[in-house]
Design a protein around this ligand. Structure first.
Ligand code: LMR
Length: 405
């Protein structure tokens, strides 16, 4: 290179630190210890530690491969039978907004794709919009939403030391948000806390959003892992019946175990059928400009399962098994911690829902758990309890009690 040559373009890029969640996955893989326990990335594991391919998925996939005659393009909106089935799964067939034809759905590459497309839509509708996210929230919400140019604000949600929601503080903060701001809510199985709003709290929030003119953006990544498919959508259904418009990002990574297939959808509830069509046209243009079209295979599997009553029945049963196993692991761990001398301090693990709970310990304890006990969780102390097996509950309880002593 001569002195007059310009500096290479990528010279300005220094190496970034690892992703808060995926970095833990890499560290766990690199640990040769046979004793290691993975409570890092949010994937479900069975009692043997495997992330299974569900039976309903195997059957649907075989059918699709046997019947497939082309690999030609589908469309920027993905499969329409998938989109229609998702609307029914999330909102129910009889929801007022569905009957009024005010709902659109567009298939996306996973829930992340949905969240980002929704954020781009918000920017297209109102540049500089503020979005209020819970403190704490899923680490990837910040780049997904902030990267689209939305201004991120936080509302208090959870006290990690007391292991309880800070609902009054949440209300107080959202009361002060200007009309037109967006509020991101976790529809169920809050990530990372496992602490969800109860029915009365959903009603209070729905009132507040409608009275203050705030736009709800609901993230539904764990439908079926909390109380069941319908139970986990109640908050969304209520909100969608109380406000003129809202966005919903949904994912089939966890509830169908289709992690690597990238299957999700962005739903928009609009004030009118005409507005819904306008929103859809923008969503399609955004999709076209980012990835053109979503991958098809996983959505074809999901559509087959959602629309075939027998396969759907198998899925509901398999999802119930996954949900109950995580609940059982929560109980076993809380029990082991009580027996080990932790008293009632860990009772919250039993009452929270979905894959995650926060240990509520400082980063030094998380580091000690990793270095000394080969227990892997994210730096904020988030534990993926769906990664626990009966065989490692006692060692984990022992490690937690030692490290937090
Ligand atoms: C998680 O929270 O661990 C999962 O949703 C996986 C991810 O992409 O972060």
């Amino acid at each position: 290179m001569s002195p007059s040559d310009p500096a290479p373009v990528f010279e300005s890029l220094s190496r970034l630190s690892e992703d808060a969640i995926l970095g833990v996955m890499a560290k766990f893989r690199a640990d040769p210890s046979p004793l290691k326990i993975d409570l890092g990335v949010g994937v479900y594991r069975d009692a043997e530690g495997h992330t299974p391919v569900l039976d309903c998925v195997r059957v649907a996939e075989r059918r699709i491969l046997d019947a497939q005659v082309t690999k030609s393009y589908v469309a920027p909106a993905g499969r329409e039978e998938f989109n229609a089935a998702v609307v029914e799964l999330v909102l129910g067939r009889e929801h007022r907004a569905v009957l009024d034809r005010r709902v659109i759905a567009v298939q996306t590459p996973g829930g992340c794709g949905a969240l980002r497309v929704g954020a781009e839509l918000l920017r297209a509708a109102a540049a500089g919009t503020s979005i209020h996210v819970s403190d704490p929230t899923w680490a990837n919400h910040l780049p997904l939403l902030g990267g689209a140019g939305l201004r991120l604000q936080r509302y208090p949600y959870y006290d990690a030391t007391a292991h309880r929601l800070t609902f009054d503080a949440m209300l107080e903060r959202l009361e002060r948000a200007p009309a037109g701001d967006v509020v991101l809510l976790h529809a169920c199985c809050h990530n990372p806390t496992g602490a969800d709003l109860d029915d009365a709290q959903w009603r209070t929030i729905a009132d507040l959003l409608s009275r203050r003119g705030l736009l709800p953006y609901l993230d539904l990544a764990y439908q079926g892992f909390g109380g069941g498919l319908d139970a986990d959508a109640q908050g969304i259904r209520l909100i969608a019946s109380r406000v003129p418009e809202c966005l919903i990002a949904t994912s089939f990574s966890k509830n169908l175990g289709l992690y690597r297939e990238r299957v999700g959808a962005l739903l928009a509830v609009a004030a009118s059928e005409e507005r819904a069509a306008a929103i859809r046209s923008h969503v399609l243009q955004i999709a076209r400009s980012i990835y053109s079209m979503p991958p098809d295979h996983g959505a074809a599997i999901a559509a087959e399962i959602l629309t075939d009553p027998a396969l759907r029945g198998t899925w509901v049963a398999e999802l119930g098994t996954m949900r109950e196993r995580v609940r059982a692991m929560r109980r076993l761990l809380a029990d082991a911690l009580r027996r080990g001398g932790g008293g009632r301090a860990y009772d919250y693990l039993e009452h929270q829902r979905g894959m995650f709970s926060l240990l509520g310990a400082p980063p030094a304890v998380v580091e000690r758990l990793r270095e000394e006990f080969h227990v892997y969780m994210t730096a904020d102390g988030r534990m993926n309890l769906a990664g626990l097996m009966p065989s490692n509950v006692d060692p984990l309880a022992h490690a937690i009690l030692q490290a937090t002593r």
